[in-house]
Design a protein around this ligand. Structure first.
Ligand code: ATP
Ligand code: MG
Length: 643
């Protein structure tokens, strides 16, 4: 087409394209995981900039994690856009605050609070509240929730009672700790993360000159993962907009996983009420995952209670079939970690790059068993995934140093790898690797650059430094990191928005997924279900789900597999039963009313369920499972089995 910038839209489907090239103004993309929301907004920014509708410097895009922001900047650069801002809410606010601070507050200095728990501890101490680590964590969580929800210490007690929050101490006591925390922090001229947002909002709301300057500079706003926006973030966004409506939001209500921190999909779902003239696009095609993975995701989220209107889309897989998802049950957690490491070893040996493999878990404490098991098999890993390789600080420093050296045309002292090694020495590539932790991770990243030089020497005759740097730049643009980067270990929360070819979802046992403290709180249980949905939808091809029946190694405490697995396991699947002889019904129930497996033991027949299934599955879930089985049986053209 002859429109400038339209060739850029070739990689989008018609609905994505409609959102990407909608006229400036409110746009809302409401769609499931892997349907290309992030891709669509990145293309929208590129389209608006390249077709001259807006200058790159006038765009402010906010995403949820630093890694996602880095990824968006890389994608934008690859689409030929330089200078558009892509940041987290906090990073954007911090920059703005630093800039406006002298005018708003004067020359008083401030610093970021480091060690929040310690300060909450001081506050708790001052008002005489329990200072056990666990209580402090909960108190810090409450303070965060309150600030993100725009609730001050004076209103805390009333609001939290209305919200029926599960709190560590009586509400009035929590409020006292909250007030003391604010006093101590402000007295020390420190700002916590939420203060960055609060102060930036206040600066824009109360200082018209500041607001005018800001609004003159930024004219086009884009928000990814809008389902997890907090009232505080929304207020900041509104201050940015200042009554204007050039706002594109994308999100998936089924991926709301921060409601414990005050986030809510309300803003996403009510976007059209606020902007009746908005362009609204719904996407259903899942481009990320194989149909088998998509099917699992649909099943998990299809069983969710209270799905708000607008979140009931079913994903339709677009990719060719892949390997069936695997389910594995282990005796204890150590066995689970070891077996997972072995599976990963097999995958790596079969040629899957380490950067394409992730182990995702519910709580960070779970990573330890995996770190150990991976180390034993010599599998490199990165905890929490960090940022993208080329966005890592030491890699950026290394690239800068290499660029400078290449420009100076360093006469070049031995082979390429030696030259690279010597350039990287001052950046942190010491002779001996550090013993472990973050320092070792940084060292490994730098070493990866040397290994890349060795690789180049093997393919090109006498490569020059400039040639090597060009190769690096190319890889950076294509997000093609050196493979030695390692597999990713990350929590389900940290995995949001990301994707890997192979994903291991581990620890799917009751008490972990759903997490213990969610028990008995149906809202919290549903959030756990959405977390699992987020986890499943990170996988492009391979998905393995596992759980252990006991804690630790040889643990005696028995655990049950996660309630969310009912209806997912292959033996719950009508196809798995199609060939099996159906037990004769003799007045008594012969198949488990929960999972549908054949009952053999007399006791099980009496109970009407197998001993592997819980007795307290609610009728509502059973009814949905039944409907789902009938529907699946129809799709697969096999006789339905109904328990
Ligand atoms: P999430 O909800 O997990 O954040 P998302 O909706 O933001 O997912 P993206 O990350 O943008 O999805 O896209 C998922 C994958 O599908 C990416 O690998 C992306 O490149 C690919 N993809 C998206 N749209 C298309 C398309 N039209 N053609 C081919 N691939 C696509
Ligand atoms: Mg996304």
């Amino acid at each position: 087409s002859s429109k400038p910038g339209s060739g850029l839209l070739d990689g989008l489907d018609p609905e994505q394209r409609a959102a990407a090239c909608a006229p400036r103004g409110p746009v809302c993309v409401l769609a499931g995981a892997g349907t290309g929301k992030t891709r669509t907004i990145t293309h929208r920014i590129a389209y608006l900039v390249r077709s001259g509708h807006v200058a790159a410097g006038q765009v402010l895009a906010v995403t949820f994690t630093a890694r996602a922001a880095g990824e968006m900047r890389t994608r934008l650069r690859a689409l030929g856009v330089e200078g558009a801002q892509a940041r987290t809410f906090h990073a954007a606010a911090m920059r703005q605050l630093r800039y406006f601070w002298p005018r708003v507050v004067g020359d008083q200095q401030w610093d970021l609070l480091d060690g929040k728990l310690r300060m909450v501890g001081q506050a708790a101490n001052r008002v005489g509240v329990n200072t056990e680590a666990e209580v402090l964590r909960d108190l810090a969580g409450e303070i965060e929730w309150a600030k993100a929800s725009l609730v001050g210490p004076d209103d805390y007690a009333a609001v939290t009672l209305r919200a029926q929050r599960d709190i560590p101490e009586p509400a009035a006591r929590v409020a006292e700790v909250y007030r003391a925390y604010e006093e101590i922090k402000n007295g020390a001229r420190l700002l916590d993360f939420d203060d960055l947002l609060l102060h930036t909002t206040a600066a824009l709301e109360e200082h018209s000159a500041v607001a005018e300057e800001f609004r003159d500079r930024y004219r086009c706003f884009v928000v990814d993962e809008y389902q997890d926006v907090t009232p505080l973030q929304q207020r900041l966004l509104d201050a940015w907009l200042g009554g204007r409506d050039d706002l594109t939001v994308v999100g998936d209500a089924n991926q709301t996983i921060y409601s414990f921190g005050g986030a809510s999909p309300r803003q996403l779902l009510e976007f059209t009420r606020r902007f009746p003239e908005a362009t609204v696009v719904r996407l259903e095609r899942d481009y990320r995952s194989t149909p088998q993975v998509v099917e699992l995701a649909n099943t998990v989220i299809g069983a969710a209670k209270d799905r708000p209107a607008g979140s009931r889309l079913r994903l339709v897989g677009q990719r060719p079939d892949g390997p069936p998802p695997r389910f594995a049950e282990y005796e204890d957690e150590t066995a689970e970690a070891e077996a997972t490491a072995h599976r990963i070893r097999e995958l790596l040996d079969s040629g899957i790059p380490a950067s394409e493999v992730a182990v995702l878990y519910r709580v960070n404490a779970q990573s330890e068993a995996y770190e150990q098991a991976l180390t034993e098999l010599d599998i490199p890993y990165l905890v929490r995934g960090g940022e993208r390789f080329f966005d890592r600080r030491e890699v950026r420093q290394a690239m800068a140093a290499l660029r400078t050296a290449a420009a100076r045309d360093a006469d070049r002292r031995g082979d390429l790898a030696t030259v690279v090694r010597s350039v990287l020495h001052p950046v942190g590539l010491s002779e001996q690797p550090p013993s472990g932790g973050a320092a070792k991770e940084r060292w490994d990243a730098l070493l990866a650059l040397v290994e890349l030089a060795e690789e180049l020497e093997n393919t090109v005759e006498a490569p020059e430094l400039a040639r090597y740097v060009a190769e690096l730049e190319q890889r950076a643009a294509a997000q093609h990191p050196p493979t030695v980067e390692g597999i990713t270990l990350a929590s389900l929360h940290a995995a949001k928005g990301l994707e890997w070819a192979a994903v291991f979802l581990v620890g799917l046992a009751e008490g972990t997924v759903p997490i213990q403290h969610a028990d008995g709180d149906s809202g919290a249980i549903e959030e756990e279900r959405r977390l699992l949905y987020v986890g499943i939808t990170r996988a492009r091809e391979r998905l393995e789900l596992s759980w252990a029946l006991a804690r630790g190694a040889g643990g005696r405490r028995q655990r049950r597999r996660s309630r969310f697995l009912y209806g997912l396991l292959p033996e719950h699947h009508p196809a798995a039963r199609a060939g099996r002889p159906q037990p004769k019904a003799a007045g008594k129930r012969t198949s488990c009313r929960v999972c549908g497996c054949t009952l053999t033991a007399t006791m099980e027949v009496k109970l009407g369920r197998c001993t592997g299934c819980p007795s307290d599955v609610d009728e509502d879930l059973l009814a949905r499972l039944k409907a789902w089985r009938v529907e699946r049986a129809r799709e697969l053209k096999v006789p339905p089995f109904v328990v």
